[in-house]
Ligand binder design. Structure first.
Ligand code: KMH
Ligand code: ZN
Length: 310
């Protein structure tokens, strides 16, 4: 596919409201950002739920459903729900969105790991924080292990199969490709495999070209280039645009958004749709137009917008 699949990751569970006034966390803000990103060229909207009162990441399934419905009402984009959740959520909390709301696409995180954002707390003094939960959220991640055991990965894949939800495999390190290869050999994975390389998390692989080519070489060796498609996340600025530009050159796809990076240019905070617009501009220079949601559905063999549970 010469077109580029652009994912907009609107909010996540790591960025805190104090870092940027543009982080959407109410239902209306999330729906508005989703619509603007889809208009700008995003074909997939990646979603986490947040408490609309204070922006704290939430595993409330009713709230998650309200967000999904609001986004679906305003855009045709494919909605990819997180099953990564956020700090403190159990795998059981995280997977519940799949049986409950039966999305077209959901993440499947491919290994347990350290996952920390505690250095971000150094940039703020106590009086800077907008909400009381944020400081401890950032600092507490220094002691956080993101749990994705083989048993829970298997459980997530079985749940997704039941609802015909396709997994997006989040690959934070080379070993995660080997974990996925194990799941392929267990017969738990259908082709085409959709990989999201997550590069630059503190605890995972760095966001460098050297590391990206190593991931690609490994994926080619394990799965064969004809059996998978890939997209990339570069965490932080300028890594988001560096890794996505490399993907444009190498035939991959790109994820941008405030979940992963808050700057649109050096020192300038951006809105979600501005991050999408920037990667669309760069893509045009490489003769790669944004794929439409229906092209993505055909390309990734998704069940369709009318088959979701929201
Ligand atoms: N927060 C990103 C680094 C998920 O939601 O399951 C990875 C992510 C995973 O988006
Ligand atoms: Zn996410």
């Amino acid at each position: 596919m010469n077109k580029v699949i652009i994912t907009a990751a609107l909010t996540g569970a790591v960025t805190v409201p104090t870092q940027t006034p543009y982080l959407p966390y109410t239902i209306e803000q999330l729906a508005e950002d989703a619509e603007q990103c889809a208009r700008a060229g995003a074909a997939i909207i990646h979603i986490h739920a947040r408490n609309p009162a204070n922006g704290a990441p939430s595993s409330d399934m009713e709230l998650f459903g309200e967000i999904l419905k609001a986004i679906k009402a305003r855009t045709d984009a494919v909605i990819c729900t997180t099953t990564g959740g956020g700090v403190g959520m159990t795998p059981a909390d995280r997977v519940r969105v799949v049986p409950m709301w039966q999305p077209e696409l959901a993440t499947c995180n491919m290994g347990s790991m350290n996952f920390s954002v505690h250095p971000a707390a150094r940039r703020f003094s106590d009086s800077d924080y907008k909400f009381p939960w944020e400081k401890q959220w950032l600092l507490g991640s220094e002691d956080f292990i993101f749990p994705n055991t083989f048993a829970s990965i298997k459980h997530f894949l079985v749940e997704m199969k039941k609802t015909n939800t396709r997994p997006e495999f989040e690959i934070y390190d080379v070993g995660h490709l080997y974990n996925l290869d194990f799941m392929v050999r267990e017969g738990l994975v259908e082709k085409p495999i959709w990989l999201q390389f997550v590069m630059g998390v503190l605890g995972g692989i760095r966001a460098t070209l050297y590391d990206l080519t190593h991931l690609l070489d490994t994926a080619n060796r394990l799965f064969g280039p004809e059996n998978y498609h890939w997209s990339v996340i570069g965490v932080g600025y300028p890594q988001q645009f560096h890794m996505c530009t490399a993907a444009l050159m190498l035939g991959g796809h790109a994820r941008v958004g405030l979940e992963d990076n808050i700057f649109v240019s050096r020192g300038k905070l951006g809105r979600n749709h501005e991050l999408v617009e920037k990667i669309v501009r760069i893509a045009a220079e490489f003769d790669r137009e944004p794929a439409t949601p229906d092209e993505v559905r055909a390309f990734l063999n998704l069940k369709g917008k009318d088959q979701v549970g929201f």
